[in-house]
Design a protein. Structure first.
Length: 274
């Protein structure tokens, strides 16, 4: 299993005062009234191996023929559905990796959110050039993740907050991570950032809030936010190649804000490109 331990991240997504005692265990709705929980013997063995070796548990990639279920991100106990139909998406997306975002205060790590990365299953056929590569090779290969972004097939990031966050604070820190990745902002970029900012400013983001970022292709990004389960609508469409690409890079680029997510996604890709 590939993973990382708690460490300080040089480009923090959010700055908060530490609050160490918290727990979240969200239950998400399913198309089935009695969904099968994806906790069979093999996954239990994977989890135990991860704990014993101080690594991050990476869920097996779930194909369309697999039973619907749930994967728990082990560091935050946040639960993610193994398949989702999201606002603005015509196809069901499948979970390929999970992780968490941590901010370190002094020597104490404080977790901010958990994240799950989903893709259209057909996207894997665009990655045959990397077939047989290890998780480490995939993680360090920026061209592979660029191919994922540019594919005209949906990929999505589900963020679940594990602490209360002021919307303006969240946006300011997000903008701080995005802006350095855009060399020269155009009027289109400025308009897109203004739209993006408007989603969060003046909004209180409570623990358990879900933020969905979906890239149908590299030219735009769909944003949905809900404090009551999975979002049912798209709150805004960000139509800027530079802004969309920059935010994708924030999470799965060379210096991601969540190394555990990047490692988990890389491991999931390696498993399915053998």
């Amino acid at each position: 299993m590939v993973g990382v331990g708690a460490s300080s991240i040089s480009s923090p997504l959010c700055m908060f005062s530490p609050k160490l005692n918290y727990h979240i265990s969200n239950k998400f709705s399913s198309s089935s009234s009695n969904p099968k929980i994806f906790t069979n013997k093999k996954i239990s063995l994977y989890k135990n191996h991860a704990r014993l070796n101080n690594t991050h548990f990476t869920p097996p990639f779930v194909t369309s023929s697999s039973s619907s279920g749930i994967i728990e991100e082990p560091s935050t106990n946040v639960k993610f559905q193994t398949s989702l139909t999201l606002p603005g998406c015509s196809n069901t997306l499948l979970l390929i990796g999970t992780g968490y975002r941590e901010k370190v205060f002094a020597i104490i790590g404080v977790k901010v959110y958990a994240a799950g990365f989903y893709v259209n299953e057909s996207l894997l056929s665009n990655l045959s050039a990397w077939k047989g590569q290890s998780a480490t090779e995939i993680k360090d290969n920026s061209s592979l993740f660029s191919t994922i972004l540019k594919a005209s097939l949906e990929k999505s990031l589900q963020i679940v907050l594990v602490r209360d966050i002021d919307g303006k604070t969240f946006w300011d820190a997000l903008d701080e991570a995005i802006s350095p990745r855009i060399k020269a902002q155009t009027p289109v970029d400025e308009s897109a950032l203004s739209t993006f900012r408007g989603i969060f400013e003046g909004r209180s983001l409570k623990k358990g809030t879900i933020i969905i970022l979906t890239w149908p292709d590299s030219s735009k990004m769909l944003v949905s936010v809900s404090s009551n389960g999975l979002p049912s609508n798209v709150d805004a469409t960000i139509e800027s190649i530079n802004v969309s690409s920059a935010l994708f890079d924030v999470f799965v680029g060379d210096s991601p804000v969540s190394p555990s997510l990047k490692s988990s996604v890389s491991n999931g890709l390696a498993t399915n490109l053998k």
